[in-house]
Design a protein around this ligand. Sequence first.
Ligand SMILES: Nc1ncnc2c1ncn2[C@@H]1O[C@H](COP(=O)(O)OP(=O)(O)O)[C@@H](O)[C@H]1O
Ligand SMILES: [Mg+2]
Length: 237
Amino acid sequence: MEVTTPVLVARGLTRRLGVGAGAREVLHGVDITIEAGEFVALVGPSGSGKSTLLYLLGGLDHPDAGSVEIAGEDLARVDDDTLAKLRNRLIGFVYQFHFLLPEFSALENVLMPLWARGGGRSREDRALGLELLGRVGIAEKAGKLPRELSGGEQQRVAVARSLVNRPKLLLADEPTGNLDSANANAVYELFRELNRDLGQTILVVTHDTDWAARSDRILRLLDGRVVGDERRREERA
Ligand SMILES: Nc1ncnc2c1ncn2[C@@H]1O[C@H](COP(=O)(O)OP(=O)(O)O)[C@@H](O)[C@H]1O
Ligand SMILES: [Mg+2]
């Protein structure tokens, strides 16, 4: 049997936030393992620690205790410079607000993570950017500025941008929280396709029970603890 390294292994993650008398522990020792190709929904009430956990998993914040490994790389064992490079190479992020740069075109926004590494301007890179815009269904909008796009289209650009480095893990924090239901559904379908067609491993934080019900696995967070981990038994083709 083939043994593969999990895409994500988090052990004993603890995080304190706030200062002085307001300081409190927001995560109390969270363990999560995600295997390659899984499409996981992380659900829980507002304030349960979902965003805090996602920041730790994505190396955007450091835990007070515990460890995070992405594709076998221990994020705590590297210096900040290496961490930034690992993050750029291994992890894609989609936020509730798309954070597109307003004065750059859709294609330029998609290529931006490559600029950080001195790339993004070659013919090959532009072709990759266009291919990704095609995959998210808006290739014909490549030259448009963000303000010329609908909310759903802007979020599609953000999804394409998150994929430009071919990340091992795609993390999304309520990516449809800001969209109407038609656009939310389209973005959901896009994630489903990325998972099915590219084998993209995805962890998505969502309030939306529809999203959760249609993923492969549901992790439930309550008051900073994982209180549920359900896998759907449906056979994958
Ligand atoms: N910078 C901070 N300082 C103090 N408390 C914080 C900070 N950020 C988040 N919290 C608290 O941590 C808890 C978890 O927040 P968060 O991870 O944003 O939850 P969720 O994403 O599930 O809504 C909340 O009670 C929130 O008020
Ligand atoms: Mg949140």
